[in-house]
Design a protein around this ligand. Structure first.
Ligand code: TTP
Ligand code: MG
Length: 364
């Protein structure tokens, strides 16, 4: 924390972002279950739900659910395709509003950001009034609601922004952290997904209180580094700063198939095409990469990623292709024959090449 910072961190997350933008554009949809995602094709569609309105959530529908299931749960919902261009434009306007209010601003996804406000707010009550002003400004300009969490660190601010959605504003003072976190389910800790949640449940941990009272050595033995990370988060410890990020973090391409791909040779051909697309974009944007990640979605909708990180920066399409294919073949070796619904290739840990520099690899 530097001298000007009061340590108070804000996390802002737009409410049901894609579907709220759609409802704003089409006010007659207000109050209806609206689902944004792939075409459900009367229940036979193969894609997933990107998000849905809070009215649709009452039917048990949520992000990443197969659209076929969403259709079964609520056939009369309004299903809309993803209009990413529109959401990006709205996101950029919303982020510009938020930036105006911030001393430190870190956008973490299309609809969420962390911020710090230095001297303007001296305590949590002032911070809450300031957050309300941000909410009002976003609503006045964009007619969209968001939820804001205010807390002594990023993780608690993020959990707090989710606490009272939609249109929420939750401030957690340092002395309230323990009581706030303790009764929450462990799944509220960012990074605790379905699998970790199940593993923790099997060890008898349901709440954050259970987790923080657990033997940290056993957690580390079971989950490695991330065991220590979730233990610290359960205790409310997170020393990460709000970091301004202007650079691209990753470049990726993915494809969902009309029919599952079971043949590894066909999968390799698709990976070649995706790798070339990623590489074209990499060259256009002038980046080198260190990490190649393969994303796989299986016929049962399990989604996995496998990564390889190099010690030096690389630039070649051939490297992206070779590594992605090796990651896939290793996955098949470990898991037996697989049917893929989706394959994706991503490069990350990027380095921006400045004008005048050439793409020399093995240089860094
Ligand atoms: P989220 O902020 O996770 O979700 P949300 O804004 O729709 O709803 P909430 O009120 O709970 O914040 O994600 C932001 C957008 O990112 C979301 O509108 C659609 C997109 N998205 C996907 O496309 N797939 C996903 O699995 C998730 C989680 C989000
Ligand atoms: Mg959101």
């Amino acid at each position: 924390m530097d001298d000007t910072s009061n340590g108070i961190k804000f996390h802002i997350d737009m409410d049901s972002f894609y579907s709220s933008v759609e409802v704003r554009e089409n006010p007659e949809l207000q109050g209806f279950p609206v689902i944004v995602g792939s075409d459900p094709k009367n229940g036979t569609g193969r894609g997933v739900v990107s998000t849905c309105s809070y009215e649709a959530r009452k039917y048990g529908i949520g992000s990443a659910m197969p659209v076929s299931k969403a259709y079964r749960l609520c056939p009369h919902a309004v299903f809309l395709p993803v209009n990413m261009e529109l959401y990006k434009q709205v996101s950029s306007r919303v982020m510009n509003i938020i930036k105006k209010f911030s001393d430190k601003f870190e956008q973490v996804s299309v609809d969420e950001a962390y911020l710090e406000i230095g001297k303007t707010v001296g305590n949590y009550d002032e911070a809450s009034r300031y957050a309300q002003r941000i909410k009002d400004e976003i609503y006045n300009y964009e007619k969209l609601t968001c939820s804001i969490g205010i807390a002594p660190n990023k993780t608690i601010a993020k959990i707090a922004s989710d606490y009272n959605k939609p249109d929420g504003l939750t401030a957690i003072k340092p002395e309230e952290v323990e009581n706030f976190l303790s009764p929450l389910p462990v799944s509220k800790i960012p990074g605790v997904g379905k699998k970790t949640n199940e593993a923790l449940d099997n060890l008898g941990m349901k709440t954050i209180r259970d987790l923080k009272n657990f033997d940290v050595q056993v957690l580390i033995g079971k989950f490695g580094k991330s065991g220590l990370r979730i233990y610290q988060l359960a205790k409310g410890i997170d020393n990460r700063e709000v970091e301004e990020q202007t650079e691209v973090k990753s470049i990726s391409k993915e494809d969902t198939f009309d029919e599952d791909i079971a043949d590894p040779i066909t999968a390799e051909e698709i990976i070649d095409i995706l790798s070339d697309e990623v590489h074209n974009s990499l060259v256009k944007k002038k980046y080198l990469f260190k990490t190649v990640t393969l994303k796989l979605r299986l016929d049962d909708f399990t989604t996995c990623t496998r990564s390889k990180t190099f010690v030096s920066y690389r630039s070649e399409a051939s490297v992206i292709k070779k590594e992605s294919k090796e990651l896939m073949n290793q996955f098949i070796k470990n898991n037996g024959s697989c049917k893929f619904r989706l394959l994706g290739v991503e490069v990350s840990k990027l380095f921006k090449i400045k004008d005048g520099q050439t793409m020399i690899t093995d240089f860094f």
